[in-house]
Design a protein around this ligand. Structure first.
Ligand code: BGC
Length: 377
């Protein structure tokens, strides 16, 4: 590993912990921005990029890895790729192996947002900068950058879809709707962002009685599905149906944090729900099965996150860093990007340090535009 110097510029600012909309910043008076720059960082010294993804079992991560690999290879880098099998130890071993195998820069989407601090420290001690990809890494204040979609906005879009579908702002309390909530894996920082944002939208309606959560499962941990697993989501939905939705009790909507969960929920409803009302089901990712479910009317919406753009932005940010070029606040400006991406130095915090984040904007998929997202193979 060749010697390089990463310059840290420290300055104090006001920060919100976790993820938030920028309008809702809480002043902790304690956090700081660590802006990593590359004044003496020679891009010619970076040969090998290590990419560590959480699992090959979930459709999106293999797509992400393939896109990142081909784009970085096109730029002339060697690329190492590993998948954590949704297991923390496997991912830690993979990352350590990539450090030993000569990775010069790491792109990591963690299985568990809380467990990689020591790995990042070891990477940095070996002069290897780390970019958190899609999922934030906690306890890693020296992250070079975080590239993701606007997770807060995604949770909001999912919840607002339910509010609009039932026109809750115009209906009276005499017609409450019954919903259930399925959140993502509690080890994933994104899952908490999606849940908090969605619940913030839904809670006023819960408080005024326009929304009932019959199972009373409304805390993040009660709603969380380990590993975002389709079978576990299906089993849980079957249990909820058998426990609370017998005797003609109607279910109106299920807020599902992503498509692998929505897949299980739709299948459980298909096989075990007795009434024939349409149930609104949300999702995220635009996975193949779910696009089909939207077309068939089983699932109502998904959130599309263009992975090509997320990878493109990552490569651009890495190259900018290595060339010592500042990205500016609006990366779309002056670039060839035909998508929106903004720099955020407030919302994502790791160990009390705001990580420079680059956030893309997602799109909503419904029956009206689903055909635009189905690719013929
Ligand atoms: C990602 C989602 C994905 C989920 C499960 C989240 O961190 O943002 O796109 O569906 O993980 O893999």
């Amino acid at each position: 590993m060749r010697n390089r110097l990463i310059t840290l510029v420290l300055c104090t600012t006001l920060i919100f912990c976790g993820c938030s909309s920028t309008e809702e910043i809480v002043d902790t008076n304690e956090s700081k921005i660590v802006q990593q720059t590359a004044e003496t960082f020679d891009s010619s010294e970076i040969d090998t990029i290590g990419i560590s993804m959480p699992a090959a079992q979930l459709e999106r991560w293999t797509n992400d890895a393939e896109l990142l690999q081909s784009m970085f290879e096109e730029e002339g880098y060697n690329v190492l790729v590993s998948y954590g099998d949704n297991l923390i130890d496997t991912q830690i071993n993979d990352i350590n192996q990539m450090i030993d195998d000569g990775a010069d820069l790491l792109i990591i989407a963690p299985v568990d947002s809380d467990s990689l601090g020591p790995c990042i420290k070891r990477a940095n001690e070996n002069n290897i900068p780390v970019v958190a990809y899609d999922r934030l890494i906690n306890h890693a204040p020296t992250l070079l950058a975080y590239v993701s979609y606007d997770n807060y906005y995604i949770g909001k879009l999912q919840a607002l879809y339910i509010v609009d579908a039932f026109d809750l702002n115009n209906t009276s309390n005499s017609e409450p709707i019954n919903i259930e909530i399925f959140a993502g894996d509690s080890a994933d920082n994104n899952a908490l962002c999606f849940f908090n944002a969605a619940y913030e939208v839904l809670s006023p309606y819960v408080e005024t009685g326009k929304i009932n959560i019959i199972s009373n499962q409304k805390s993040f941990y009660a709603c969380s599905i380990p590993s975002w697993d389709t079978d576990l989501a299906k089993q849980k939905m079957e249990i909820l149906l058998a426990s609370y939705y017998t005797d003609n009790q109607q279910l109106d909507a299920v807020l599902c944090a992503n498509d692998s969960i929505a897949h299980g929920v739709c299948d459980a409803i298909d096989s075990s729900y007795k009434l024939d009302n349409k149930i609104i089901i949300t999702g995220q990712d635009g996975d193949k099965v779910n696009l089909q479910y939207i077309k068939e009317g089983k699932q109502s919406m998904s959130i599309y996150k263009n992975l090509n753009n997320e990878a493109l932005a990552t490569v651009y940010i890495v190259n900018s860093f290595l060339n010592g070029v500042s990205t500016g606040d609006d990366l779309s400006a002056g670039n060839d990007f035909d998508f929106k991406i903004r720099r955020d130095t407030i919302s994502y915090v790791s160990d009390n340090v705001a990580i420079t984040s680059y956030l893309l904007s997602p799109k909503t998929i419904t029956i009206d535009n689903v055909d635009d997202f189905i690719i013929d193979e």
